[in-house]
Design a protein around this ligand. Structure first.
Ligand code: G3P
Ligand code: CA
Length: 269
């Protein structure tokens, strides 16, 4: 299949190069940058003492050697945990855990990830997903925008020029972001097609749709409708070659994948 497009499809490393290295660790994000990913995806949660850390699950049990909810732990508690050793127990034997490289698999703060991107030596975009924003009544977005401000990323001249975008399954969370920072692009994530949005509309002010690959497989006409309505479409989580082809054929704008190197290769990049 050829991919004749005006703009190349952006390849976004989901939780870093998370197929090969433990998700949401510095090791996974460094690998994604080395592999040539255009952008990095990360989930953010607030710790008990108000730090934004990159962790997907509500609890740390699956991806570390600790237990408990992120929201009940302080950053210092999280810093004692190892977020890498679970991967060597996983079915993926490629990952070589090196406990002596503490930082590679320590809890990753969003601040450290922003530093990594700033030092990447090339343009690497960041797609930040707010997790459980309703529980914190605006604090996740508030902290996020403060942090982005420190890096000069909170108020881009225009959405098209922004190297950062904020994603969420919560329209309210995206609304909070836009109210504080109208030019920061927002992505509305969807696991199914809500009857209310079937005609290709998105929540007010949102210009980017973030459907799952299942939505794309089951409702390709909906994806075409979104494109006709002028929206960008960023699809997650696209790991299989036939799904990459499906997305390319539909003209999606970004593919969010655990395997950035393989997807780039498939897209002849
Ligand atoms: O990129 C969006 C995707 O990450 C949403 O699902 O559960 O992997 O955060 P999840
Ligand atoms: Ca996510």
């Amino acid at each position: 299949m050829t991919h004749a497009r005006q703009h190349p499809i952006q390849v976004v490393a989901h939780r870093g190069a998370s197929d090969e290295a433990p998700e949401h660790t510095l090791a996974a994000y460094k690998k994604a940058i080395e592999d040539g990913a255009d952008a990095l995806e990360c989930d953010v949660r607030l710790t008990a003492d108000g730090h934004l850390v990159c962790v997907h699950d509500r609890r740390v049990n699956r991806t570390s050697n600790g237990r408990g909810a992120v929201s009940a732990l302080e950053l210092a508690d999280l810093a004692t945990l190892d977020f890498g050793s679970w991967k060597s127990r996983d079915e993926e034997p490629d990952w070589e855990h090196r406990p002596e490289d503490r930082e590679a698999t320590s809890v990753l703060t969003l601040e450290r990830l922003l530093e990594l991107v700033a030092d990447a030596g090339r343009q690497v975009e960041l797609a930040i997903e707010t997790k459980h924003p309703t529980r914190w009544a605006g604090q996740v977005e508030e902290r996020l925008l403060l942090l982005l401000k420190r890096f000069g990323l909170d108020a881009p001249e225009s959405a098209a020029e922004s190297p950062v975008r904020v994603m969420s399954f919560s329209a309210r969370s995206l609304h909070r972001v836009r109210a504080a920072s109208p030019t920061l692009p927002t992505v509305y994530l969807m696991q199914f097609v809500s009857p209310r949005l079937r005609d290709g509309r998105l929540p007010a002010g949102v210009r980017i749709a973030g459907p799952s690959i299942r939505v794309v497989r089951n409702h390709p006409a909906y994806i075409e409708r979104l494109k006709r309505a002028g929206h960008q479409v960023h699809v997650w989580t696209v790991n299989e070659p036939h799904d990459v082809d499906l997305c390319a054929g539909l003209g999606v704008d970004a593919i969010i994948t655990n395997r950035p190197r393989a997807v780039l290769r498939q897209l002849d990049r």
